[in-house]
Design a protein. Sequence first.
Lengths: 206, 206
Amino acid sequence: MQMAKSKDKNTEEQILIAAKSVFQSKGMNGARMQEIADNAGINKAMLHYYYRSKQLLFEAVFNHAFSLLAPQLNAILNDDASIEEKIKNFTLNYTTFMMKHPYLPNFIIQELNRNEDFIEKLKENTGFPNLEKFKINVQEEINQGLIKPIDADQLFVNIIALNIFPFLGKPLIKALTNKDEKSYKTFVESRKSDVANFIINSIKNT
Amino acid sequence: MQMAKSKDKNTEEQILIAAKSVFQSKGMNGARMQEIADNAGINKAMLHYYYRSKQLLFEAVFNHAFSLLAPQLNAILNDDASIEEKIKNFTLNYTTFMMKHPYLPNFIIQELNRNEDFIEKLKENTGFPNLEKFKINVQEEINQGLIKPIDADQLFVNIIALNIFPFLGKPLIKALTNKDEKSYKTFVESRKSDVANFIINSIKNT
DNA sequence: ATATTTGTTAACCAAATGGTTAAACCGCAT
DNA sequence: ATGCGGTTTAACCATTTGGTTAACAAATAT
């Protein structure tokens, strides 16, 4: 029977929390099993006891991270609001969420670039974001004359680029714009609405 | 005196070429000195003969990479064309350039995130991009009523976000938009003008 | 020619690292 | 109390990895 349930559950979770922290800030290649163990306050052998190998532990962390990102993207893709509403909601929600998980975008982008095969597995998951509905919505609003003609893929990439980049390029942007941590935060905060307005200004018919 | 100049020069350069290739595709943590040596077709000891340590070899590669990026940014910041012209030129030039060096943006962003202190050294270099002139230009055009009011920092970030992100998020975008290598290339090619129009549409007064 | 400096290599080294093992530990059922 | 299953640890192991060394080769200066 399972016993010491509270205890083992706790250890397994502690490991995942520690692994998240280390993998997300250092990446697969930079992460050290010993550091994860120290971080979780346990013996290194426990990592292998619960998750066989570094690779599998990494995948547990990565899949969890991606499972946080995917719903954010689906939010804009699969609801029935107008394009304008979608963009406003997405920009606000996504930025708010990422300010709480600032390592997430970088981690995912970095690891997807490290191993291109990796995303193939993700595509098979149910819940992997699908653009079909968004494309239809865009086409409808173009036909109705609400927005200017634009390729839906391009629009989608523009939306996520404007929202994600401040988290990917933070060190670069901070240096280029001479901002300290505090003013950078204000800067990103402001983008919660600025970015939506910027996009809508561009595509909306007057 | 210096001798065997052609030969040593050649080896040193071969090392840098190989190091560029390996560091840019695998990052500092993922790169292996042995792989660089193999790639350059020389003995591993040569790497240390010419560049003392992995760290110094990495910095040589990184500084060179950044010295390719910086002029791209300066191009938009320090000329006297109108904002509209600047954006058009930058978008075309930057995308054209990066299609030839697709690993560059990712490499720089990734390594700046790995070591935040790193950018401090870069800031000291002459030629580190400076936004002052761009800010003035933007303010002038706003005052003249040519473009809508917008914070110059936000505009700048939007411009580079839209241009850089397709190279950072390539695996993700490819998967989300169901594009293969060829159609992704077409997609990015199209952005050479699409992105400029998108931005200008947003900020230009009619 | 030959001494000297520079370039190159194979062999080696110490530290780090992912992973394993055997024994100890702990809560519980009998 | 004893046995048993899951849990935890210290010690250990093999491999990888950045880096060094000592000897050798090649080019140049004298």
